[in-house]
Write a protein that binds this ligand. Sequence first.
Ligand code: AMP
Length: 206
Amino acid sequence: MKLIFLGPPGAGKGTQAAGVSAHLGVPHISTGDMFRSAIKNQTPTGIEAKKYLDAGELVPDSVTIAMVRERLSMDDCRNGYLLDGFPRTVDQAIALDSISAPDAVVDIDVPDERLLSRLTGRRICGKCQGTFHISKLADERTCPVCGGEVYQRNDDKPETIATRLKAYHEQTEPLIGYYKGLGKLRRVNGDNQLEDVFKAILATLE
Ligand code: AMP
């Protein structure tokens, strides 16, 4: 199955994508994770992308599409994929249709007023990459799963979040209409407990 998870930053796409991709047996491909790894490894893509991630802006389509095209040509994508964070513009969606068109698009819907606290409170484990909300951590610096050290993403600071939400509304939200027009859109209420959102996603894919 070829799947896309759509939704604003902080909707829970990454967390749900990890569970759903394991359930379906398709690779979870997060363009945000790919860019962060490229930046860490100082690859040419990483060097180009860094200024956009730091500012909370979208990386240019040419760079992003080339990276995804290469990733989707890998062997593990033969039976499908779960794309998290791509496409984010209509031009990216059109490009994806010519590379490997998705079967379904799940839009995880969360109102803006809930996103801010989710994003400012988000913490990532540097060791297992797990994502947690600070309110759920007994110790603000320690991963409850593996004991690794947790950190806050640079772009989860309030000043950058506003730019990311603006980019979402202006450049990514039009994709809802695009995929609705193609009859591929499924909408799920993301403002619920993790397990309930997970069940709703699987139900909408049946
Ligand atoms: P994410 O982890 O999905 O929130 O993405 C973090 C950042 O990576 C975004 O704010 C963008 O700067 C960049 N990014 C991720 N995916 C894309 C994409 N499909 N198009 C452009 N930029 C992207």
